[in-house]
Write a new protein. Structure first.
Length: 246
């Protein structure tokens, strides 16, 4: 088994995955993510972005291929070890805000820290700090249902950043936000990641979002492709970008 390069925090080789119902997921995707890098995974709907993030984070075990985290094989880990890895080293942001309705906003944001064993007072402090940075500090004592969708997504971002994860997986994190809101939240996310040395793997089909990343890996039908951006053209002239198989 070939070991991954030392400076890659995540490294995947030849991932193949077909979903239980026979839907194709990934066909031989390989990639490396450097420490502190913000990597965008681009591609149209259904191209395999979420499936790739699920495999890289150990949420899903690819049927074939390898995933390494800090030179440790994830693909050979059992269910509990992968669960512990996700709890202690990774954070996750979904396209739609998923919060515990019975907890208030700061308790939601502090939850991953407390699950890692951080005391309540410290966890609350970190949660409040991130909620302030994301402009939802004023809602700390409210229940999630009292907040608009965009504010709830900001709470999810605070929850993901508060534990200072080694890797933050963000699957279309700004999908529920308006365009103006999107830019602000993304900038907060990328600035925070850079200043705290957090590696980010960001799935997006939005070119503006991908532009904030250090690098983009593009998928099409579960395969990596090289995206060639052409100069803008009028609608009648055709598409502004095309993809060529790698
Ligand atoms: N749990 C699942 N069960 C069955 N098929 C699935 C499952 N998850 C994804 N798929 C299928 O796998 C393919 C890749 O989906 P995936 O969600 O990874 O793509 P994506 O690029 O993230 O798309 P989107 O932007 O719509 O989320 C699609 O054909 C999708 O329908």
């Amino acid at each position: 088994m070939e070991a991954p390069p030392d400076n890659d925090v995540l490294w995947a080789r030849s991932l193949h995955h077909t979903h239980a119902d026979g839907s194709p997921g990934l066909h031989g995707v390989s990639l490396g993510v450097r420490e502190g890098e913000i990597l965008a995974v681009g591609g149209p709907r259904g191209s395999g972005k979420s499936t790739l993030l699920h495999c890289l984070s150990g949420l899903l075990r690819a049927q074939r291929g390898e995933v390494w985290f800090n030179s440790v094989p994830v693909h050979t880990m059992g269910h509990l070890a992968r669960e512990r890895l996700r709890r202690d080293r990774f954070s996750w942001i979904d396209p739609a805000p998923t919060l515990v309705p019975e907890l208030n906003v700061w308790e939601n944001a502090a939850l991953p820290l407390m699950l890692r064993g951080t005391g309540r007072r410290r966890a609350k402090g970190a949660a409040l700090e991130w909620l302030e940075r994301l402009d939802v500090g004023h809602a700390a004592r409210k229940r999630p249902h009292e907040l608009p969708l965009a504010a709830r997504q900001r709470v999810c971002l605070a929850r993901a950043l508060a534990p200072a994860p080694t890797v933050l997986f963000a699957d279309e994190p700004t999908a529920p936000l308006h365009r103006a809101d999107r830019a602000h939240v993304l900038r907060t996310l990328t600035t925070a990641a850079r200043s705290h040395g957090i590696t980010v793997v960001l799935a997006t089909h939005d070119a503006e979002t991908a532009a904030l990343a250090d690098r983009t890996v593009s998928l099409l039908d579960g395969r990596r492709v090289n995206t060639v951006h052409l100069p803008p053209v009028t609608e009648t002239e055709g598409r502004a970008a095309c993809s060529l198989s790698a």
